[in-house]
Design a protein around this ligand. Structure first.
Ligand code: 5CA
Length: 443
């Protein structure tokens, strides 16, 4: 992409309405624009990051054997009346009436709709286990939308739903989700700690939240500091192996790591030696639930079991805050100059800065690097504007491009370009002919 052809509405001033770093940086880097409180348009740069996150989430879901589908944003109220949640959900639910006076709502979550899909089509235990997921916009009329995409009213969520014949099978589905979430967050560059949590309006009695420690987080968490030394990256888990998944969950979900809602100070004091007690703010980037037959019973999601009896299925639901993750990743990776994207989600992995647009050789080398990287699918961002070099560097740093190639007449005289690592800030000189192959190795 050539910057002169791109739509990157960066802001020079720090926007007054933003309180936390990620919100400020998303506005300054031209990633989002507020339409109305808690509702945002995603500009091209922001959308790229959002889609990269989605891509990783989908890959890891499919690896765990979960099937994608797509449900609508608008749902009939009648389904929620069946489950009993239509009245319970309160003011957070956006209620709509159509021209035929039918009551609809903009879905805050999808337990009811998915249960109806399931019960219309699945009748036998032989078709289980089944886990379906989608990535779709949700609406919750939050009392205090704030911090940009962190607590929006409209937000993008990956939500998945498992259907199992027994509680044991459903616990395995739960564990499988927990393990696959750890992998997902690790690929996004994050250390997300799984902690026992309260279940809120989703219900059930078993739940974990995934928390990224950050001063700007909305939750207060209590944990054993040793959990921070865990390497949550898991290679090649066999998701069908019940014992293996259970072992990971037992080892890695410390019972003394809890969120504030379920915090029991006495248990915390009892279990953990003082020097290991940690208290921090944290961002909740996902939550998983097991709630048994809470929805299947009232909504008639029954199947025949192996003895021919009709039984309600055991269910759970599993959510990842996809749009919130954009903010959470920025909270974890930034400095005073701007964002530092982990390579896996970076909107562009490489930036090319032409320091003297008027110099023919500089332009030729830039064009050559640009076209070689483009044809090998590296999607570089080429700053070809008539601007000072300093202002080009500032833009690349603000928008967080992991690698920057600087091309200018002085370097070219020596046969080199400069390669700068956004994360360490280090620069090195690379022979012009080697730069493309080196970038391929690094990214
Ligand atoms: N049905 C279940 C799981 S699919 C569910 O809705 N869970 S949830 O309420 O915990 O939401 C899942 C994730 O969505 C949260 O962990 C959080 O990361 C994200 N999320 C929830 N509310 C918001 C919001 N207002 N703005 C941005 N992200 C949100």
């Amino acid at each position: 992409m050539r910057l002169t052809r791109y739509f990157l509405p960066v802001l020079r001033e720090v926007p007054a309405e933003a309180q936390i770093t990620s919100h400020k940086l998303m506005l300054r880097a031209g990633m989002i624009k507020q339409a109305v409180s808690g509702i945002y348009s995603w500009m091209p740069l922001g959308l790229k990051v959002l889609q990269n996150i989605e891509g990783i989430v989908i890959e890891e879901q499919e690896r765990a054997g979960h099937l994608p589908l797509l449900m609508p944003t608008i749902q009939p109220a009648s389904l929620w009346q069946k489950s009993g949640r239509y009245d319970d959900y309160g003011e957070e639910m956006l209620r709509i009436r159509d021209r035929h006076n039918r009551d609809l709502l903009y879905g805050p979550t999808n337990e009811e709709l998915i249960t109806e899909i399931f019960s219309s089509h699945v009748k036998s235990y032989r078709d289980l286990p089944l886990t379906l997921f989608h990535i779709q916009w949700k609406f919750r009329d939050e009392m205090r939308p704030r911090f940009g995409v962190m607590r929006g009213r409209e937000f993008l969520m990956k939500d998945g739903y498992n259907f199992d014949i027994t509680m044991d099978d459903a616990i395995h589905s739960y564990n499988r989700h927990l393990v696959s979430y750890l992998k997902t967050y690790e690929r996004l560059g994050l250390k997300a700690i799984p902690m026992r949590a309260d279940t809120g309006p989703i219900g059930g009695n078993y739940s974990h939240e995934f928390l990224v420690l950050a001063d700007t987080g909305e939750s207060e968490v209590f944990f054993d500091k040793r959990i921070l030394d865990f390497n949550f990256g898991i290679a090649n888990v066999n998701f069908d192996d019940i014992g293996e998944c259970q072992k990971i969950v037992d080892e890695w979900t410390a019972p003394y790591a809890r969120t504030d809602e379920t915090h029991d100070p006495e248990a915390f004091d009892r279990v953990v030696p003082k020097e290991f007690q940690g208290v921090s703010r944290a961002i909740e980037v996902g939550q998983i639930f097991y709630f048994g037959t809470k929805y299947s019973k009232p909504m008639g999601a029954h199947v025949t079991d192996s003895e021919g009896k009709q039984v309600p299925v055991h269910m759970g639901s599993h959510g990842i805050g996809v749009s919130r993750l954009v903010g959470a990743i920025i909270e974890a990776f930034h400095d005073d100059k701007g964002i530092k994207w982990p390579i896996s989600v970076a909107p562009f992995k490489v930036g090319i800065v032409n320091t003297v647009m008027g110099d023919q050789e500089t332009c030729e080398v830039c064009e050559k690097i640009y076209s070689e990287l483009t044809t090998t699918n590296f999607s570089p961002l080429y700053d070809d504007r008539e601007e000072r070099a300093g202002s080009k560097f500032t833009t690349m740093e603000l928008i967080g491009i992991p690698w920057r190639i600087t091309v200018g007449p002085r370097g070219l005289k020596k046969g080199i370009v400069e390669l700068t690592d956004r994360h360490s800030g280090e620069s090195r000189e690379i022979p012009t002919d080697n730069i493309v192959s080196l970038i391929k190795e690094l990214t």
